[in-house]
Design a protein around this ligand. Sequence first.
Ligand code: ADP
Length: 486
Amino acid sequence: MSVSLRAKLVFIMVLLIILLMTVVLVFLTRGVSDFYTDEFYRRMEAVFSDRDMTDALREAAGEPDAVDRMREILDVYAGLLGIDIGTRNYYILDGGTGAFLAGSDPEAARAPAATRNVLRALTGETAFGSGGSREYMDVAVPIIAADGRARFVVYIYDNRQTARNQSAEIFRLIIEAVAVGFVISAAISLILSKALLQPIQGITKAAEAMAGGDFSREISVESNDEIGTLARTFNMMASQIESTLEELKKAERLRREFVANVSHELRTPLTGIRTYAETLAENADIPEETAGEFLRVILNESDRMANIVRDLLELSRFDAGSAELKSEEFSIERSIRDVYTAIALDARKRGHEMNIGMERELPTVRGDRARIEQVFMNVLTNAVKYTPAGGRVDITGGVSGDSVWVRVSDTGIGIPPEDMLRVFDRFYRVDKARTRESGGTGLGLSIAREIIARHGGKIDIDSSPGVGTSVTISLPISGKTRGGAV
Ligand code: ADP
């Protein structure tokens, strides 16, 4: 059987109230009874230690109408003794036999049998002992006439009815209080449990919605307590899962795009190769010059395919984290100058003006020299490629904080702002037809970014269409790298 949290809460509250009331009840009734007993004995001691009274009694005991005289005296002290006839009475007993002689109790028959205190008083002892009885309280005081002949016992007996009545009254009150407390605690715990459980129900609903794939449901957090924390944590978890899912979906979309791109990029040169090869195979009478042209196209296209496959392999190695990077200390300035020299001829052929100048001597960096040069080569080739004939390419370098930077600026066609973020995407090319012509695969910058990132550096592009582009590569200066990832 499953009991709802709410029922449990109500049950606990009610149980607590009942327990509390029971404890109060026990203590109160005990307290009342003890108080009553103490009060009785205190009062008896006070009255019987009053010499005036005991002397008067003793004197009266010597008189012939001793019993009547003693009655008169005791009646005078009845108020002090708390004699109320109903529950507390005095009795005058025979000092020798303990027989009842007189008393305040109109029904003499109700006179108590010889109690322990009476028996003790008969031996001449003043008996105040409570005797451990819960049924009654009594004191017995022997009164002996001055001449020693007459002997009586003055006996006060309380049947405890008052204490019992009071306890019963308290009991009744407590039971009433329990009943009221029961109703109030049930009502309060119902309201309280509702307030407590509402957010939990909210969380349950949201969790159910999540199970159904809906992450949009936000739980309103109204408190700062544990439930509030739970709700907040839940919201955080939901948004985390949602964003992870989004990322996964995005990754999946990119993967599909990538596969589609790869297929497309490989099919295009393949189609070319096939068309030219077929033409050559089917037409034996093609002029040698044309055939040579066709063969060059075939070679170019297969080179392209080889390049794409090489770049893809490189990227997949980076993705898998299995790309081995060498770690050597080298002069970055030497590297950029080497790449500059290698490309200068091509730039000149296109009528570009090329300059290289550093702000200062560049410090060395630690990393894979060949790969860094590959990055420079890609960036410089792009600058030369995407700048119309007669443009200008400047290479500068410097130090900024812990990093050394190299910047390649051109006066080329630039990159439209909407494409800026995407040029690092795999296969992304601003102008597909044109870049294909220039032999680009659209993978160069993706690989460059991977290489630079693996060296703990970064690559930034700044460009305005029709004005030019500048690509800045920063790398940590060797000895200042953290973690030694390379
Ligand atoms: P690609 O092999 O096609 O050059 P990259 O990844 O190196 O591939 O570059 C991606 C695209 O970014 C290029 O196709 C080109 O459109 C653009 N791009 C890169 N560098 C420049 C530049 N210096 N000027 C203008 N466009 C550039």
